[in-house]
Design a protein around this ligand. Structure first.
Ligand SMILES: CC(C)(COP(=O)(O)OP(=O)(O)OC[C@H]1O[C@@H](n2cnc3c(N)ncnc32)[C@H](O)[C@@H]1OP(=O)(O)O)[C@@H](O)C(=O)NCCC(=O)NCCS
Length: 448
């Protein structure tokens, strides 16, 4: 989405709600270094992180300078120019089943100082972010959550799960097919040129991934502060295909006590092809002098269990919600994905905040390519009344359920069994299962 997020005016409703509490809602000017520095410090404090050092502040200012930042200020506080609450938002692509990307609005840095909590600040900021997302033309808003009970009230729902993968090194005997290219251990800094393109292709092939921002790759490659202890521990592997083209890279570090074998912790993993994925896992698993490989934010459907003789060498931990999606424009969101086959289904969507409410018809051809239209007037009345065409399949669901099934992360029948999606005609949920099925489990492999 080529859209300048700074152009959106400050949300009036949020400004008024906050003013009524004696607080000031401000849009930050990215060129105001002092204000930006204080905002970054407030964000770090909100997430209980150490104070950023000079190099980190520089890097954060570069990243956040590209985003739309808002702060809430309390004129009566000890430092009236230090925000008591922060939020950031920016336009990004969200990869969809079938390989396309839709316009999304990423929300992050939601913090409220403990001195100002539970008086509706986060609510004002979150509702304003939905307005910002709509002003940016985003089909959905997306976020990752520290706690799973905060964002449902704003219409967000878990859409892609992630797991921490643990591999017991002593039980790994590789039986997977060899990849035609080869892996190289490389200096992380040497990846700077290839990493953006590889990461872009890796993102495009996995529904649930969002666009990587340049500062993120600098961070994972240890380029922000190369002499720091953590950066010096980063190791990297690159996979080149049989033509010598880089198709994947992964970063990792080994943590260990003196004279003891270590634990290999995978940092960033980007594979643009299945070959790259297999080959890099093999190198990571076949390190000697380690007991385990630990890889956070991996797919719950990772093929690695099928690449080793003993599938019990691989275990999945901390399986849970990771990417949260809030649908704002059902037509654009649904039209952006490939469906699992042909069929016609009406979705009657409830949305207490109004953004996504309505009746929508998805008609997918034999290749799963959809046509999506909003039903209005008589069509919508028929769809939502008892006078439905018995042959017209339809489901009734809330905006959260729509967000959860959008990428194929949960089957509509599962939500039907939970009483969260109803069907208009017998077989509508089974059809929804077939339509919303995706070629692979969605995954978001970063925090943002
Ligand atoms: C989470 C946080 C931003 C909430 O801020 P807040 O200003 O106190 O929240 P509000 O007063 O606007 O509350 C909004 C609603 O969310 C609920 N809520 C707030 N924090 C919650 C939490 N931690 N868990 C569950 N519900 C929460 C409130 O009960 C309220 O519900 P209601 O409006 O339906 O009655 C704040 O506690 C915080 O900064 N936490 C640390 C950083 C963090 O975890 N940020 C989230 C990043 S993903």
């Amino acid at each position: 989405m080529s859209f300048d997020p700074h152009r959106i005016p400050l949300d009036r409703a949020a400004a008024i709600a906050l003013r009524e509490r004696g607080l000031e809602y401000r849009l930050l000017d990215a060129k105001d270094t002092d204000a930006l520095t204080r905002w970054v410090r407030a964000d770090f404090r909100g997430f209980h992180q150490a104070r950023p050092h000079a190099g980190e502040l520089d890097a954060q200012r570069r990243v956040f300078g590209e985003r739309r930042l808002q702060g809430v200020y309390d004129p009566a506080s000890a430092d009236p120019d230090f925000p008591v609450a922060t939020v950031s938002g920016w336009p990004t692509g969200l990869s969809m089943p079938g390989g396309r990307s839709i316009d999304a609005w990423a929300v992050s840095s939601v913090t409220v100082a403990p001195t100002h909590r539970r008086r509706g600040i986060a609510r004002a900021l979150m509702e304003a972010e939905l307005a910002n997302a709509r002003a940016a033309g985003a089909a959905v808003a997306v976020l990752t959550a520290t706690e799973a009970t905060i964002y449902g009230r704003f219409g967000y729902a878990p859409a892609a799960r992630a797991a921490t993968l643990e591999i017991d090194r002593s039980r790994v005997h590789w039986t997977g097919r060899d990849a035609p290219g080869r892996c190289h251990l490389v200096e992380p800094a040497s990846l700077a040129a290839d990493a953006p393109a590889v990461a872009r292709r890796a993102v495009a092939r996995t529904a649930g991934e969002i666009d990587r921002w340049p500062g993120l790759l600098d961070h994972v490659l240890g380029l922000v502060d190369p002499e720091s202890e953590s950066a010096r521990h980063i190791r990297a592997v690159r996979y080149d295909d049989e033509r010598g083209q880089a198709q994947g890279f992964a970063t990792y570090r080994v943590r260990r006590e003196p004279d003891r074998p270590g634990v290999l912790e995978v940092g960033f993993f980007a594979a643009a092809t299945d070959d790259a994925e297999r080959a890099m896992w093999r190198v990571l698993c076949e390190h000697d002098f380690i007991t385990r490989v630990r890889a956070p934010l991996r797919s719950v459907d990772e093929p690695i269990s099928w690449l080793v003789e003993d599938p019990r060498a691989i275990s999945f931990h901390e399986v849970g919600d990771h990417l949260w999606v809030r649908v704002l424009d059902p037509v654009a969101a649904l039209a952006g994905r490939r469906f699992g086959g042909p069929g016609s289904l009406v979705l009657e969507v409830r949305d207490p905040l109004g953004h996504a409410a309505g009746s929508f018809e998805v008609e997918a051809d034999g290749e799963g390519r959809p046509e999506v239209r909003r039903l209005d007037g008589a069509d919508a009345a028929t769809a939502s009344s008892g006078r439905r065409n018995r042959r017209q399949h339809g489901i009734g669901l809330g905006v959260q359920e729509l967000g959860s099934i959008l990428l194929g992360g949960v089957r509509p029948t599962t939500l039907g069994r939970a009483g969260r999606i109803s069907e208009h005609a017998r077989g509508s949920l089974a059809l929804a299962d077939r339509l919303f099925a995706a070629e692979r489990e969605p995954l978001l492999s970063i925090w943002f």
